[in-house]
Structures are given as structure tokens and as C-alpha cells.
Design a protein around this ligand. Sequence first.
Ligand code: SF4
Ligand code: SF4
Length: 361
Amino acid sequence: MTNTFRNHPDLKPLLHKIQTSIEVNIIHRPLKFMEVCGTHTVSILKYGFRQYFKDSIKFLSGPGCPVCVTSAQDIDKIIFLAQQGHHIVTFGDLIKVPGSHSSLEKKIAKGATVDVVYSPLDALKIARNTNKEVIFIAVGFETTIPVIASLVLDAYAQKLKNLSILCLVKTMPNVLRYLLSHLTGQIDGFILPGHVSVIIGSEPYEFIPEEYHIPCTIAGFESVDLGLGVESLVEQIRSRSSKVDNRYIRMVKAEGNKAAQVLISSVFQESDVSWRGFGMIPRSGLQLKEDFEQFDAAQKFDIQVDEVELQTACICGDIISGKRSPLECTLFRNICTPENPVGPCMVSFEGACAAYYKYGE
Ligand code: SF4
Ligand code: SF4
């Protein structure tokens, strides 16, 4: 099915139709659309949307890459745990992300024990085969959280005593609320994250048109998917209306995936969490419920990290809040590259800087 949407013969006419609609409806200034999700950033650059609409639409990156939004202090916590000799289990991208003074990659070179996994459930096998304390670094959004919940439930059922998670997971709706209250009048429309929406559905975003009157679309990731999403935003602006328009209907239901939601709420509860570039945002993350506190690395270990002000020219915080583009960073492409990333936006494949580096001009 995916190929139907890639290099689709309808794409060019669709883009032409959108551009004509912008011109005919005399929208004089460039429209500002925020693509919340890192994979959408990649698609926008890869399929040439940024270039095609360069005079009529400005695409702003959002806080939709789990690696990019993990704060330097949280990276410091991971490094602290690794330095204590614990066995760290994590997703690959996190290894290269700089904390305030080092990265996990540099600690591996000095002997830290770190395993990179594709699934959180791999941590179970690792824990069963070692006497060390195994700590899974739980990052991600609603897309990944159900599997992390399964990991905790399985560890509970297997009575594992040497496995815990450092819970750094984040949830999407309240960071959007935060953005809207801090970027008033600067976003004309949201392209909402497709994979997150598969889990939570479209309903949690309804406050955006209702309270802020800003058009929203849930779009897929292929070229025509994205075109349909952009068309929806332009159409809503043209008709002076706003709603959450689900253009990813083959994957996303209004109510989302109920089974995944039940799984998440059986293990986690809402909490205030810190985001890179934003600071603490109320109810924008999750923590383990009391029944599962034994698996909470933050409670199990005495983690000591300093609050350090980052002294770097990296503007990742501004990039993931839509204030600036990677091209405005003085380090982009000369000092900061995917081989030598200065900030997280250059580390992850979904990071805005990495996407501009690969596909941008
Ligand atoms: S998990 Fe997928 S949909 Fe969600 S923000 Fe990341 S890339 Fe986008
Ligand atoms: S180019 Fe590098 S230093 Fe600049 S914002 Fe991006 S990640 Fe940070």
C-alpha cells in the first residue's frame, strides 16, 4: 500500500493546486506550518516540499524526535549510572547525544557497559543473563511507550530484581499546548505526528482548533500523504475554519488504539517532565505507578548530577520549538556534522539538523 503514496502521479497536480489556492486566495505572507514529528521533517525535505513552497510556506520543525527533546541533564543521569558500573540498555541514537560534559559514546570508550537494542524487551534477556544491575533508558513518545509498559509488566511477572528503567518518556498533547501559549500567532497550522496519533487518536488534539482556532491535520509520511495534509491546512485557512482533519485515515482512528492506551495506563501515570529547549512542562510525561516503583531507576539509585548551564552555540532548543531553522545555526555543516554532532538534532535520523544536512541545500 505504501508504494501507492510514494512518487504518486497525483503529487505534482496536487502541489500545483495547493500553490494556486495560496496565490488565488491572496495569502501575502508565507504561511507557517509546524511539522511536529521528526519523520515529517525528513519527508518535507526529502520530497522537496520545502523548496517547492519556499516563497509561500515556511515549515517549522517541532518537538517530535524523542532523542532531540531529551535534556542534557537527563543525558548526564544516564552517564552517571553508566559510570557507577551498571549495565545500560538503550536505543542507538542516544549514545551520541552530548550531555553537559560528555556522551555515552565517550564513556563506552572508557569501559562503560552499554548495549544497544531495537526493542525494550531485549532488556529482559540481558537482565536474566547477568548479575549486574540492568537499566533500560526509556525514551520515546506514545508510539514506544506501550512496549516499555510490556517490559515493566514482564519484569514484574518474572520477579526480576536486577532490572529497572530510567523513565524519560514524554507525551505529545501538552507540549503542543505549551508551544501554543508561548508562540502565540506564530503558527498557522500543525501537521500532527502520524505514529503517535495511531495510539492516541485524533481526539486529544481537539483543544487546538477549539481553544486556539488553529488548523490541524494528521498526515502520513509518503509524498502524497504529506501533500494531502498541506492541502488540508491551506483549505482550512482559505475557508477561515479550523479542525483536526485526519488525512491518515488508513492508520489513525479518532479514538486511537484502546488496547495500547490501557496497557500504558496500567503501568504509568502522568507527570511533569523536563524537555530540552523548553524546561519543565506540566503533565507532559509519564512516571511509573506506585505498584511498579521497584523498577524505577531514579528511586533505586542515588543519581547525582549537577544543574549545568550549557555553554555552546548549539540552537537545538530553538529549532525544536519552531523559532529557528538549522540553517541559522553557525555550527551547522562546518563544526557540527552527523559524524561529529554538537547537539541532538544532528544525531538522530529524525533530527531536523540531520535532515537538513542530508537533504537540504
Ligand atoms: S515516534 Fe514517529 S510519529 Fe512519533 S514523533 Fe517520532 S517519528 Fe514522529
Ligand atoms: S547544527 Fe548542530 S549545533 Fe547547530 S543546532 Fe543543529 S545540532 Fe545544534
